[in-house]
Ligand binder design. Structure first.
Ligand code: GLU
Length: 413
């Protein structure tokens, strides 16, 4: 089945909007992004030949502030995927109450098959191509799937060269050595851990009696596993694009990550059973955290999901059809726009630090992040209970209302 993430995003938006009864004008403005850009980026590859890569930057809505969102480097990037991700960023920033709208970028490429030099040229070329589209008060990119702090450093440097002076606040997720924020690398995982802590309180579950399965063991999944282990949650399964591992006794997340760094995958970690990514999703567990790509829980496997709680680390891992099935099964789903908002929240801290030229300690960053995530969780729960809807719809209602209020005050509708 071919799932179009943008159709899914529009459906989620419409479901929440219909309940809010805010009228058609809001729908007309928010159903499509405000601006989209498609660029061609020529790169001289190591074999001496020019290869032209296609890239996108989509700005969905800027009623609440400059648009914000990551850049994805992936062979399967499509414009509709980037449009969906930009839309979700608008809601995500509103849910946690940070002063941004939503955007997203992507380049169709396979970074795993490119040399460091080729990646640098691609990163710089992409920024040159979209330079007039972005800026600290306009649109602020950040990392996403298969992009990292090094890539952000090259991009910040390229933009700064074009301007003739340092512009650190044009991009977030930079290394701490070049204007990055402490705690940004761990922020999405830390935020998910804070949310999970609150979910367990809400559902009266005890961390020490809770186990978890995590799909994806990249920059997000492994940090989440570390935090879960610290909280006393037993991590029984993890996976990456090569497959997964399971141990009913629980895994040591640090040792598993060392194994992945050495061998390229979590698979074959001693003392574990090899499972597929599909099997991981269907495991009987308390918390399931899909931290890979979109469309993992669909109408095809939703009735086989055995978790009590799903905490969405990836963007768009659950389709609307699957949501209905999970709802019937009483699965507590913390939607992506809330669960993984820790990343963009610390991006906001980074942007604020860059603009002030003063830098915070890591414990300060984490304490502020905890406050924002905890407040957003309970506001979402309150809205969900008020409207008697699913957490996804409740969280969307909270976000859409904030965006709609801003648009009204600005006289857009
Ligand atoms: N790519 C991340 C997300 O999907 C972070 C975006 C940002 O920090 O701007 O939320």
């Amino acid at each position: 089945m071919n799932h179009n993430p943008f159709k899914n995003a529009q459906k989620q938006f419409k479901t929440a909007l219909d309940i809010l009864e805010l009228g058609d004008d809001i729908y007309e403005i928010l159903k499509e992004p405000k601006e989209m850009m498609e660029v061609s980026i020529p790169v001289r590859m190591d074999n001496g030949k020019i290869k032209v890569f296609k890239g996108y930057r989509v700005r969905h809505n800027d009623a609440r502030g400059p648009t914000k969102g990551g850049i994805r480097f992936h062979p399967h990037v499509t414009l509709d995927e980037i449009k969906a991700l930009a839309t979700w960023m608008t809601w995500k920033c509103a849910v946690v109450g940070i002063p941004y709208g939503g955007a997203k970028g992507g380049v169709i490429c396979d970074p795993k098959k490119m040399s460091k030099g080729e990646l640098e040229q691609l990163s710089r070329g992409y920024i040159r191509a979209i330079a007039n589209f972005i800026g600290p008060e306009k649109d602020i990119p950040a990392p996403d799937v298969y992009t990292n702090p090094q890539i952000m450093a090259w991009m910040m440097d390229e933009f700064s060269k074009l301007k003739g002076y340092n512009v650190p606040s044009v991009i977030t997720g930079k290394p701490p050595e070049v204007f990055g924020s402490k705690g940004r690398g761990e922020a999405t995982g830390n935020g998910m851990a804070f949310i999970t802590r609150e979910v367990l309180k809400h559902l009266k579950m005890r961390p020490k009696k809770t186990n978890a399965a995590i799909q994806g063991y990249g920059k997000l999944g492994h940090i989440l596993a570390y935090r879960y282990a610290e909280m006393g949650i037993k991590v029984i399964a993890v996976s990456d694009s090569h497959g997964g591992i399971y141990s009913s006794r629980g895994l040591n997340p640090v040792k598993v990550y060392e194994h992945k760094k050495k061998t390229g995958s979590v698979v074959d970690f001693p003392g574990t059973k090899t499972i597929t990514n599909e099997e991981l999703l269907e495991l009987k567990c308390d918390v399931l955290a899909p931290c890979a790509l979109e469309n993992q829980i669909t109408a095809r496997n939703a009735d086989k999901i055995n978790a009590k709680v799903v905490v969405e680390g990836a963007n768009g891992p659950t389709t609307p059809e699957a949501d209905e099935i999970l709802n019937e099964k009483n699965t507590f789903v913390v939607p992506d726009i809330l669960a993984n908002a820790g990343g963009v929240t610390v991006s906001y801290f980074e942007w604020a630090q860059n603009r002030q030229g003063c830098y915070w300690q890591e414990d300060e960053v984490n304490a502020k992040l905890d406050r924002i995530m905890t407040r957003a969780f309970w506001e979402s729960v309150k809205t969900t209970e008020k409207y008697k809807v699913t957490m996804r719809t409740g969280t969307h209602i909270l976000a859409i209302k904030r965006v709609a209020d801003a648009m009204k005050l600005r006289g857009w509708i």
